[in-house]
Design a protein around this ligand. Sequence first.
Ligand code: 3HC
Length: 709
Amino acid sequence: MNSSNESRLSLDRRGRMAVLTLHHPPVNAIDAALRTALHLELREAMRDGTVDAIILAGAGKHFSAGADIREFAKPPIEGVPNLVELIELIENASKPVIAAIHGTATGGALELALGCAYRLASPEAELGLPEVTLGFVPGAGGTQRLPRLVGVEKALDLILSGRRIGGDEAGRCGLVDEVVPAADLLLRAMAFAEGAKGRPVRRTRDFPVPEASPEVFERAEAEIAKTARGRVAPAAALACVRRATELSFAEGLRLEREAFLGLVRGPESMALRHVFFAEREAQKISGLEEGAVLPAIRRVGVVGFGTMGSGIAIAFASAGLPVVVVDETPEAVDRGLAKVRATYEEARSKGRITEADCAERIGRVCADTDYEALKTADLVIEAAFEDIDVKHAVFAKLDRVCSGSAILATNTSSLDVNVIAAATKNPARVLGLHFFSPANIMKLVEVVRPTSVSPGVLAACLDVVKRIGKIGVVVGVCEGFVGNRMLFAYRRQADFLLEEGALPPQVDRALRDFGMAMGPFQTGDLAGLDISWRIRKRLAAARPKELRYSAIADRLCEMGRLGQKTGAGWYRYEKGSRTPTPDPEVDALVLSVSAELGFTRREISDGEIVERCFGALINEGALILEEGLAARPGDIDVIWIHGYGFPRHRGGPMHWAEVSGLPKILEAVERMHANQGVLVQPSALLRQLVGDARGFSEPGTSRPTGDRS
Ligand code: 3HC
C-alpha cells in the first residue's frame, strides 16, 4: 500500500511495519499541513491491527529541519494539532514509533524523535536543538526529554549552544540508540521494531532525570553571563532544563511551552528569525536564468601572499579546495607558506584539528613566483597592494595565463571594480570578492558586482563562498562598497563626538553596551589605522574644504600611532597584549583639537552616541538601497552582523531601525543634517517611508543590486 496525505507525507507498508516518510522539500519543515497529515496517519496506523510498529523517516537530504519557522509570524490555525500534541500522541501509543534519522534533525524534528520509543541515526546525521539561536526555547519538550536521555550537562551544552552533533556523538551520549549507515536505516529500524515486540513501549518522559551537581548549573550560568550580551533566550532555556530536574515531566513541559510562546513573539526572536531568512535571501541574485549551469570552482588561485592572501588561502584550503598562491619573490612565498603552516600548527596544538587534518590542509596550499602556476585555477583572487596600477598589471597577467573560463576576482576594499574589470579582455568574468581581515576567520565576503559581470559568475562565487563556510552578499560598486561606506558614516559621527566632548573609551563603551562586539576606536586599533588613513589621503583632494572634517585620526597616525601593531593607537597596548588601555596622550590630543576648532566641550550622553552613530549608519544604508547598491535591507543587516559585529539578536541595523521606529531615526538624521549639511544627507527613501508610515521590510524597498536606474 502506498498513499499520501496532502503530499507532505507518504505511507509505506513493510510487512507489519508502517513507514511514514516526511515529504516537504527542501528540508521537510514541519508546518500545519505536515502536522495534520502526521496526526491523521499516526492515528490510523495506531488503530490498524495489522501494524505492529511505526517508523518515521524523512525524504530527500534531511530527516527534518524542525518546525516551519515562517509559521511563527502567523496566528495558529484552529483545529491543527501542535507539535506537543503530536509528540504526546506518539509517546502515548501502545506500539513503538521509531525515528530513522539521516541528514539534519533539528528543533521540533529532534523533539519529535525524542518522543519516539527508539532513535537510529546515520553517522553523517546532524542533530541539535538550535532554538536559542532563533531567540526562543525548545517548545515541544526538548528541554524536558533531552536531559532524561543524555544527562543535564550534555543537554545544557546542546540546548544553550544550539550546536548540532553528528550521529556518532549522538550515539555515544545516548541521544540515539544505534548508529547505522544511511542505506541500512530502514532495515535496522525494522529489526529494532521486531526486537521490541512483546515489551512495554519505552517512553522518554518516564526516564528519571540524572542528578546534576549545582556546579553544572553555575558553570552554565557563568557562560551565559559572559556570552549572552543582552539575549534572554539562553537564560530561559537554562531555567527550563533546571525545572526538568525539579518538577514533574508534565509541569516542566507546561512551563517550557509557556516560555516558548512568550519568547517566540518577542523582539529577540523576531530579529533572529529575520536574520535567518535574510542570510538565505542574500544568496539569491537577480538576472540568473532558472537552471543555469554555473562555472565549476575546484581549484583556486591567489595573487599576493601577504596577510590577506594567506588568510584567503587558508579559508579555501580548510574547506578542502586546493590553492596555489603567487607572489613576486621567493622570500614572500616562503613567508606566506610559513604563515599558513603556523596557523594550522596552532590550530592543531589547541586541539581544533587533528594531526592528519593539519598535514592535509597544509598540503593543499602551494606557492610559486610564476603566474603560470595559476593556469589551472578556476577562480583567481587578486590580493595584491591597494593601488590601481598594481591591480591593472596583475589583471593583465591573469588575462594572459588563466584559462578562458576562469573567474577573476579582486579583493580590493576601496578601488573601482568597474574600472578594473573594464581593463581586462573579458569583463563578464571579473568581479570583486571583498574578504574581511582575518580572512580565514571573518565570515563575511562582499561579492562586488561590476556592471559587466555575468550572473552565472556571481552565482558561482556565492556558491563557493558558502562552500568555505562564509556568507556572501552581493553589493554594487561604490566607494567602500556597502559595509565600509556605512562604516565611514558611523565613524564620522564617532569622531565628531570626540571633538564635541566625548573620549574614545566612552564612545566605545556606549556602543558595546548597545551590543556591538567592539567600539569603533577599538576596532580601528585592531584593523590598523593606516589603512583608512591611506584612503582618506587618496580622497583628500576631492573633499570640499568647507565641510567639517575631523583630523584627530590623521594626527594620531602622524604620531606613529597606527593601532595595536605599533603598541598605540586610540589606546595604549602593553607589549604582547591586546587589552586597550585609555591613554592620556590621546585625551590631550582630543582636547587640543576641540580647542583648535573652537568647541566648548560638553557632556555627551550614551544615548546621543547611539542615536548619532546609528542614525548616520542607517541613513547611509537607506541611501545605498535607494541607489540600488544593496538588493535588500536584509542584505545590509547580514553585512553588518557578519562583518562589523552588529548584535545578531537586534537583527542588523535596518531591522533594528524599523523596530525602534523610523520616525525617531529620521528626526536624528534631520538634526545632524541641520548641523553638518551634506555630510548627513537625509535619504529620500527614509523620508518617504516615514511619510507613508511604512518600513524597510515592506515591498518596494528592494531592487536588483547594481540597478541604479
Ligand atoms: N522552517 C522553514 N524554512 C526552513 C527551515 C525551517 N525550519 N529550515 C530551512 N528552511 C528553508 C530555508 O529558508 C531555505 O529556504 P529558501 O530556499 O526559500 O531560501 C531552504 O529551507 C533551504 O535551507 P538552507 O539554505 O538553510 O539549506 P541548507 O541545506 O544549507 O541547510 C539546514 C539545511 C541545516 C536544515 C538549515 O536549513 C537549518 O539549519 N535550518 C533551520 C533549523 C532550525 O533552526 N530548526 C529549528 C526550528 S524551530 C523549532 O523547531 C521549534 C520547536 O522547538 C517547536
